[in-house]
Design a protein around this ligand. Structure first.
Ligand SMILES: C[S@@+](CC[C@H](N)C(=O)[O-])C[C@H]1O[C@@H](n2cnc3c(N)ncnc32)[C@H](O)[C@@H]1O
Length: 384
């Protein structure tokens, strides 16, 4: 899928909106797409049988992420390469959904469930994001003879697996808080449970490329993340960060101001502040600033406007928009519930009303919504 010689982003295309029978006469917007010791342990059984979760009883891991007396003590989290085999399977159950074990890191604050429904959405998201890059897995000008690649927050691991297929002579390491990676994978892929917010244990100068995608809302200190990536990369190695802003926009003001889409940004911005894990990565210019401060050079920034739903007239953009819609609709509740209820304390009944509106809006072709996304890639100097 990936082309190793792809410094060019996929095309930027204007998209005329399909005329919706009852659509507003507003002109269609232009939618562009190109389209300190870490808790690290190999995932038990990641290359064997799938892992059964052992959820806690409701309330046992009650999502009290502000609890200073959390069972996850400072010392626990900071201990390097502890044996996490048992405790990483102690998933927390909140409102019927499972979330990563507090023992695997991130203070139990990561907002996304790790159950089947969300994992399927993650798989679909991988397809959607690959389409956004014109079928490519990355934009950095990588060389063919890479030896070692790291995928931080690999999720269900599809990017790592595709990358390993593409580069059979390269070892691809995927890390995550949850052991949700498939057992079927190429022999050159390895999955590990690792909290990337903790100090990394990788040997300095050991990776050719580090890929970090869709970690929005999962990282308290992005600058530290990029500094650690810098250390772990070989001189001349590349970093790539692909993020989204939780902020629906339209160029023709077709998102009603009382809509769920409009309120989406407030929900995630507020929740992110409370968690101390921002969702405002693009508006804060976090990727470029952090990458620059870490010492990387040759920084390239690509802006991507990704349509939501099937409103674009252009067939490629429509396909991307439809995949975005399928991905969200696969598990709308899972994307929102932790923020809505656990973090902000809003009622589940209100959430259902919000989601019903949101679902309707996603399907309304007269709403020309898009989500801004940004890819930033850069190189560690050869002389570093
Ligand atoms: C939205 S998913 C994206 C998955 C994958 N990067 C992709 O783009 O398809 C974010 C993933 O990051 C993981 N994650 C969040 N915080 C993390 C942390 N501190 N360390 C490692 N993984 C983390 C989550 O468990 C989740 O699987």
């Amino acid at each position: 899928m990936a082309n190793p010689e792809t410094p060019e982003p996929a095309a930027t295309e204007p998209a005329a909106a399909s005329p919706e029978p009852a659509a507003s006469a507003a002109p269609a917007p232009a939618a562009e797409t190109v389209a300190e010791a870490s808790t690290s342990a190999e995932v038990p059984g990641a290359t064997a049988a799938p892992i059964e979760a052992a959820p806690l009883e409701e309330g046992e891991g009650d999502g009290n992420f502000n609890d200073a007396d959390s069972a996850l003590g400072e010392g626990d989290n900071a201990s390097s390469t502890a044996s996490l085999t048992e405790s990483i399977l102690e998933y927390r159950t909140l409102n019927g959904r499972t979330y990563h074990s507090e023992r695997s890191g991130s203070e139990g604050k990561y907002w996304g469930p790790n159950d089947e429904r969300q994992n399927e959405a993650m798989d679909m998201n991988h397809h959607f994001l690959t389409l956004c890059l014109g079928g490519k897995l990355f934009l950095a000008p990588l060389k063919d003879d890479m030896e070692k690649v790291l995928d931080i927050g690999t999720g269900t691991g599809l990017w790592a697996i595709d990358m390993a297929d593409e580069y059979p002579n390269c070892e691809v390491v995927g890390t995550d808080l949850s052991p949700i990676q498939p057992s079927w994978c190429p022999p050159n892929v390895k999955f590990e449970i690792d909290d990337c917010e903790q100090p990394w244990t990788y040997a300095p100068n050991s990776f050719d490329y580090i890929h970090i995608r869709y970690m929005v809302g999962g990282i308290a200190d992005w600058h530290k993340l990029f500094r650690q990536a810098y250390t772990a990369l070989k001189p001349g190695g590349w970093i790539e960060s692909f993020e989204v802003e939780a902020d629906y926009r339209s160029d023709d003001d077709t998102i009603p101001h009382n809509s769920s889409m409009y309120l989406w940004q407030e929900l995630f911005t507020e929740g992110g502040k409370k968690l101390n894990r921002p969702f405002t990565i693009l508006s804060d210019d976090t990727q470029r600033k952090g990458i620059e401060e870490a010492g990387f050079v040759d920084i390239t920034v690509k802006e991507i406007k990704v349509p939501m739903g099937s409103w674009p007239a252009d067939s490629r953009l429509k396909e991307i928009g439809q995949w975005a819609q399928y991905t969200l609709e696969q598990d709308l509740e899972g994307f929102v519930m932790f923020m809505w209820n656990t973090v902000l304390g809003r009622s589940l009944e209100e959430m259902q009303v919000f989601l019903a509106g949101y679902r309707r809006e996603l399907r309304t072709r007269s709403i020309h919504a898009y989500l801004p996304q940004r890819v930033v890639y850069a190189r560690k100097p050869e002389t570093a």
